[in-house]
Write a protein that binds this ligand. Sequence first.
Ligand code: UD1
Length: 385
Amino acid sequence: MMKILSVVGARPNFMKIAPFVRAIKAHNRNSRLAIDHLLLHTGQHYDDKMSRSFFQALGIPEADINLGIGSGTHAEQVGQTMIAFEKVVRDRKPDWIVVVGDVNATCACSITAKKENVRLAHIEAGLRSGDMTMPEEVNRLVTDRLSDLLLTPDRLSSENLRCEGVPEEKIRFVGNIMIDTLEANLEKAAALEIRGIIHGNHFGPPPQIQTMDGLDDGFAVLTLHRPSNVDEKGILGPIVEFLVHEVTAEMPLLWTVHPRTANRLKEFDLLEKAVKCRNLVLLRPLGYHQMLRLNLEARMMLTDSGGLQEECCVLGTPCLTMRWNTERPITLKENGGASVLVGNEINRLRDVFRDTLRESRQPVRPELWDGKSAPRIVKAIVEAA
Ligand code: UD1
């Protein structure tokens, strides 16, 4: 019997753990070496719409352990997670700890895993933005440096690890596990009604009839949550102006607002302006299937999310990535993908937005983004045991 303890903390982790949990179940049905799996949630994300709704929609069993860490500064989140996680590791004594992605939970639990001498596997290893001002980049570097098994989503990521001196036997190119989730949920998402999603999730006054009618001619979707985009009024203000005056002049814009961003919009007195804009629909954080439904139909995506860059690549949605760099270069147009880096400088944003108006969908599937990464990951861990 092999004991695996896997860790999730924040929204982007949930899409990565769902196929892994399923693949362990399948392994246990077919193999004599059973895996005893425990799922731990650090509680970094705790709102129903940021957490529970994803567990339910993606069929993830309730976490065996929830540390209830909640919000706080980075040091508070990481420190409290380490203290609470250490007790769990000592008590449960797993053979492997599996972490996913690059959030604070990933980094905190990786450090504790190694201090407790437990073997560590990282799903989504090797991504590098080269931008040390991003908290996620720090989390990636720490996690990968400590991991015993580095499971990479693409060959560029494997190469990053080689360049850093990671021994070849620790690196396994397994493909992108997010795409396992996308494949498993496409049908369910496609069956949803876009107008139903809007009616069920908008906040502020109900969207105008004209906006709803306009949806049939194409709409844009926006997500924004990085501190570098939303934490300063001098940056968020001009972005909101651009959205309200220029994007919505071309087509309806559906904005799913992250809690951090909602707080900043209020704090900077920008919410009113957004609410009053006729062609802009503000939505609460959406469920996985709802977001996928919008992405299947959108004329373009404006986002600073890493996961959406990948989903846009596979679905072919033209993606304006509101960052100056990306740890996912495989999704960029120059590498065959659908994404263009536009940062948060309005002139650049405007130019690319105008160019993108003339574009159509170009789906691209990088190597091993085939919906079968999770079984490869389970196999890699079992073989490394
Ligand atoms: C975290 C991840 C980021 C990921 C993002 C997806 C880190 C360093 N960052 O950023 O990589 O892309 O999740 O959402 O781990 N809040 C709520 N309810 C919640 C969660 C958060 O209201 O359930 C609010 C709180 O005010 C909190 C703020 O959002 O302070 C930020 O949450 P936090 O978990 O610190 O970081 P994210 O910005 O969500």
